[in-house]
Design a protein around this ligand. Sequence first.
Ligand code: CU
Ligand code: ZN
Length: 181
Amino acid sequence: MKRVTFVIAVAAILAGTQSLTAQEKHEMHLKASINHAIAVIVPTKGNSVRGTVTFEAVERGVRVVADLTRLTPGKHGFHVHEFGDISSDDGSSAGGHFNPMGMVHSMPMSDKRHAGDMGNIEADEHGIAHLDYVDPAMKLDGDYSIVGRAVIVHEKEDDLKTQPTGNAGPRIGCGVIGIAK
Ligand code: CU
Ligand code: ZN
């Protein structure tokens, strides 16, 4: 009796395997992993910042590369917020910092931080900012993926300690994080 069950089980597994074509398996693999994402930053009402933020899955996390223009010189709070909804004039529809683990607000290299905490991006005297770092906690895939959420650029510097916002002030720019090639 046990042997019969075993044979049926093996037959069922083989039948299941054969029902997927090579093309279907390839598509399943593609669906299972997102390696690149991008957010195009546009200004909220009354502001001027523009640029791009790209995300790439790398061995030690996610490489974040941001290039922004038309900022005021100095540091600006820079986060992934919960919702990919940038329909409001002031960016408030994007919700708070993306925080699926229920952590405290902190900085990218902290063990305890919001998943969306990217710290600050600093603009030079021409209002141009470039940021390039590998974020050890960010995910493009799975339950804690940042895809479909929003990048927010703030008017002021994130102090990396005030809860839960870093006291970074108004939201001057925003962009929805989408899958990229
Ligand atoms: Cu923010
Ligand atoms: Zn935060």
